[in-house]
Write a protein that binds this ligand. Structure first.
Ligand code: NAP
Length: 500
């Protein structure tokens, strides 16, 4: 018996070799995400949902607690497979990595050509490309689908980012549309691209989420430690911000987190939570892949690094002890909260611009045809980064699908220009006061780098040519040049003509 098989069954409609069952969709993995997704599916007209989990207890509990769902529950993988109508469509919601591979293997042994296996977990897109390739050879459709929205989204409507083949999308599309969140009347799901495209954009979505959270955290820190606002005032500030163009799920929950009091001490809960931020890996993957593709996602990078810095208490304690004095908190203008808001908005534009740059680069590298406007549309509801802001991105790509950067779209260019003075003030105040604001300051540096007509990269090219003969190009003539740097005979050689 394999580790995905178990004895007995609570209810099923057949066995392998017998006529196919009646479930039009199946879910494997009855932990938080899978059970909620299965309930969501069962609540939609026309769906009959087969469910299975390696440990049968989870399945039994779900079936007992939700008889209204009419689940076809199986306690063995054979019964699960037999309970599904053809083409069989099973969504895997188990632990990413080895758990997913184990379930895929067991389904693939039993599925027939044309059947569809969907991995709805947070898989690494490289794994998804590999799995899709392997299963295609068997005639099976494999779809890596990013699903965002956590437990609540899975139950009430997530944002879904499926990859895989167009053939699989034909069967899967209507099912996923029926359970996805709806924003502005449209379901938050689209066929993102082939093989690993869905998990790639889900990875970048999570990276952007990291950046957005970091920027909000920096805003909170500055408002509190420099602006002197107490937690009650902060709740009001975030509520106010949630009514304008910053309106978003993350701003909304920030207000709610800050409002929460600790039952034991009566203090704001945020003051009793250890200041060490955790992560599960998708932020790191985003940065690793961006580095490989040569795309500066500094906002996401700073967010990942800021969590890493926070999670090193011994190092923080050592530096705190060795530092002799800390700067005084700067005096701030009455407009401070508005300035922070402007800095947050401008930095957020940069973080999203960088994230979309990464998606463009990934699409080019892996041969995906990703419609950026459609992608922004499906992030408007259900997912963690859902926000008003996404509507502006949809509009930007509708006006010009070939945008060089979101920063050059007239709306965003204007928004950043309007907030620019405040943004610079905030970065200066943070530095003068000794308050870390890596997200704000790196976003501003990125903006300034793109906006500068001349960068010190020229000097770096000179240095590279000096120690490694890496050559350089000139601003005034074509060709590739190298300078002979020896002191007694310094002269430039045109590499192109010298090698001809
Ligand atoms: P999880 O804690 O990541 O995984 C637990 C589930 O995986 C259980 O059903 C477990 O079965 C199963 N499992 C683990 N190893 C297995 C194996 N070798 N064979 C068969 N089953 C195995 O569950 P989750 O939090 O519900 O998340 C499911 C997936 O969704 C993950 O990929 C996660 O990254 C992704 N996701 C999660 C969230 C979230 O908010 N939690 C949001 C988006 C995406 P047993 O009960 O038998 O142990």
């Amino acid at each position: 018996m394999t580790d995905t098989e178990s004895i007995g069954r609570t209810e099923s409609t057949g066995r392998p070799g017998t006529p196919a069952g009646t479930a039009n969709i199946g879910v494997v993995g009855m932990a938080v995400m899978g059970s909620n997704l299965a309930r969501n599916l069962a609540g939609r007209e026309g769906n009959t949902v087969a469910v299975y989990n390696r440990s049968p207890e989870r399945t039994r509990t779900l079936v007992q607690e939700h008889p209204e769902a009419g689940f076809l529950a199986s306690e063995s993988i054979d019964d699960f497979v037999a309970s599904m109508a053809r083409p069989r469509t099973a969504i895997i919601m188990v632990q990413a990595g080895r758990g997913t591979d184990a379930v895929i293997e067991h389904l693939a042994e039993r599925f027939e050509p044309g059947d569809i296996i969907v991995d709805g977990g947070n898989a690494n897109f490289h794994d998804t490309i590999r799995r899709e390739h392997d299963l295609r050879e068997q005639g099976l459709n494999f779809v890596g689908a990013g699903i965002s929205g956590g437990e609540d989204g899975a139950l009430h409507g997530p944002s879904i980012m499926p990859g895989g083949s167009a053939e699989a999308w034909e069967t899967l599309g209507p099912i996923l549309k029926s359970i996805a969140a709806v924003a502005e009347g449209e379901p938050c799901v689209t066929h993102v691209g082939t093989d690993g495209a869905g998990h790639f954009v889900k990875m970048v979505h999570n990276g952007i989420e990291y950046a957005d959270m970091q920027l909000i955290a920096e805003s909170y820190d500055l408002l509190r430690r420099v602006g002197g606002h107490d937690v009650d005032e902060l709740v009001q500030i975030f509520e106010r911000w949630n009514e304008g163009d910053l309106e978003s799920y993350l701003i909304e929950i920030t207000g709610e987190v800050l409002e929460q009091r600790d039952a034991d001490t009566g203090k704001p809960l945020v003051d009793v939570i250890r200041d060490e931020a955790g992560s599960k890996g998708t932020g790191v993957w985003t940065v690793q892949n961006a580095v490989g593709l040569g795309i500066p996602v500094s906002g996401i990078g700073e967010a990942v690094f800021a969590r890493a810095v926070s999670s090193k208490p011994p190092q923080r304690a050592a530096v705190q002890q060795s530092v002799k004095s800390r700067p005084e908190i700067a005096q701030v203008p009455d407009t401070f909260a508005d300035d922070v808001r402007a800095a947050l908005y401008a930095s957020k534009v940069v973080a999203y611009a960088q994230g979309f740059d990464l998606i463009i680069a990934g699409a080019k590298e892996y041969g995906w045809d990703i419609d950026l406007g459609n992608l922004a549309k499906i992030w408007r509801g259900g997912c963690i980064i859902r926000a008003q802001f996404l509507n502006r991105i949809v509009e930007a790509y509708a006006k010009n699908p070939e945008l060089e950067s979101l920063l050059v779209d007239p709306y965003f260019a204007n928004a950043v220009a309007e907030g620019e003075t405040a943004w610079r003030r905030i970065v200066g105040i943070a530095a003068a006061s000794g308050i870390p604001a890596p997200g704000f300051s790196s976003a501003l540096s990125y903006y300034d780098a793109l906006a500068s007509d001349r960068l010190p990269a020229a000097l770096i090219q000179g240095q590279r040519d000096f120690f490694g003969a890496h050559t350089y190009q000139r601003i005034d003539k074509d060709g590739t040049f190298h300078t002979l740097w020896s002191d007694d005979d310094r002269r430039e050689v045109d590499q192109d003509s010298s090698t001809r």
